[in-house]
Design a protein around this ligand. Structure first.
Ligand code: ADP
Length: 386
């Protein structure tokens, strides 16, 4: 067996965004050779990886060719070519998380059917091929207002999700294969990242609580540890472990939940990779989610996920009305306070609400951490001087 650390072992990452960049930062501690495939030569990973391969992770031939140059593959985005991964698997080049698990997750409809099959609590849903079928189902009293439509494939960060509250909104329906979900009155949104290695060892990170920006439809701030009831916290971790085991998956799996106003814990969706809801683990936990993902896919013992400190994590988003060469206004001012860690992803161009970086604030007192987060939110601005 080839040694993976400080050797000629090569780990390939499909996708060169910020999650890949932070995975490389963790891998460089162990001197692991990283190859990256991405269509954008100026992506966050290109200047950091050992070898950058220009190509599309959605393209069969590009993925096949890239996969044959490495020993193990992983990915930092779900929208990748699974057929190529399956061919590589037959040739002995493994992808973790496995293509079979990714196939279930990539299609939100198949993902929901998986929850039903395994008695994982989730909101009620129906699957449709097009808009006409949905209109017929409304007419036949099969689905009722208000509801949420989600396109089965290629959605992210709220794109491909539409809220329909009455007959006047029906013009907003997408005419694509989609899932209609009952509308849940949400009290809180939480997430648990669970990891599993090839030996079947599992471990969960502390539960985080998410706060959304209604304007950008993105997570604006998250806090850890969450302030939810202990029984719900235990249940969420149990469910996360049950999902990763039923998927027979190796790697990190982020499980997003709703806690409804009537106290139900429901799985919303999962992501088989390091996740936005785990960025604070870099500074606030003994092991970061990026190191844990590497430990899992390389079949090393999983690390302790214990908290070192309470934390708040903020995404740094491009200001509305600013597109062009990026400038970080008041960067220095934010560095002047204790416990503020700024991560800049290296995207050269800012666009409205584009994820340009994140900030983790650690403080032994959660209220103080929240105050500092408010200061950062009001002070640090991503603008363009173009
Ligand atoms: P994405 O994959 O794009 O992140 P999600 O399924 O997470 O999409 O939906 C985005 C957001 O929409 C959720 O975080 C939640 O706030 C809201 N949402 C999604 N599904 C429902 C639902 N069934 N009821 C109420 N709100 C929902």
């Amino acid at each position: 067996m080839k040694q993976k650390i400080s050797s000629d072992f090569k780990l390939g990452i499909l996708g060169g965004g910020q999650l890949g960049k932070m995975m490389i930062q963790a891998a460089s501690k162990w001197d692991i050779e990283i190859h990256v495939l991405d269509p954008d030569e100026s992506c966050s990973c290109s200047a950091l990886c050992h070898q950058f391969h220009h190509g599309s992770f959605k393209n069969y031939n590009d993925v096949l060719e890239f996969g044959r140059k490495v020993d193990i593959l992983t990915f930092e985005i779900e929208h990748i070519n699974i057929e190529a991964l399956k061919v590589l698997e037959k040739d002995g080049i493994k992808t973790y998380p496995q293509p079979e698990a990714l196939e279930i997750i990539q299609d939100k409809g198949i993902q929901k059917q998986f929850y039903s099959r395994h008695n994982i609590p989730t909101s009620n849903f129906h699957l449709f091929n097009n808009k006409k079928e949905i209109l017929n189902a409304i007419h036949d009293d099969i689905i009722h207002f208000p509801f949420i439509q989600k396109s089965r494939k290629d959605g992210y960060d709220g794109k491909g999700v539409v809220f329909i509250n009455d007959v006047h909104n029906l013009n907003r329906l997408f005419d694509v294969p989609s899932m209609i979900e009952e509308f849940i009155e949400i009290e809180k949104e939480i997430a648990v990242i669970v990891s599993r290695n090839e030996n079947g060892e599992t471990n969960t990170f502390p539960t985080v609580e998410m706060e959304f920006s209604s304007e950008a439809n993105l997570v604006e701030q998250l806090i850890c540890p969450s302030e939810i009831r202990t029984d719900l916290d235990h249940k969420a971790k149990e469910l996360a472990i049950s999902i990763i085991e039923n998927l027979n998956m190796v790697g990190n799996l982020a499980v997003e939940f709703f806690i409804s106003k009537n106290g139900q814990l429901l799985v919303n969706e999962v992501a088989p990779r390091p996740h936005n809801s785990g960025h604070q683990t870099i500074e606030a936990n003994i092991t970061s989610q990026f190191e844990q993902h590497l430990r899992a896919i390389l079949n090393y013992p999983l690390g302790s996920t214990k908290l070192l400190s309470p934390s708040v994590m903020l995404n740094i988003l491009g200001e509305p009305n600013h597109t062009g060469k990026v400038f970080y206004k008041n960067f220095e001012t934010c560095l002047s306070k204790e416990g503020i860690y700024i991560h800049i992803y290296g995207k050269k161009i800012t666009k409205p609400f584009r994820k340009m970086g994140h900030v983790t604030i650690v403080d032994e007192n959660m209220e103080k951490a929240k105050e500092k987060a408010k200061f950062v939110k009001e002070t640090l601005k991503v603008i363009s001087n173009d």
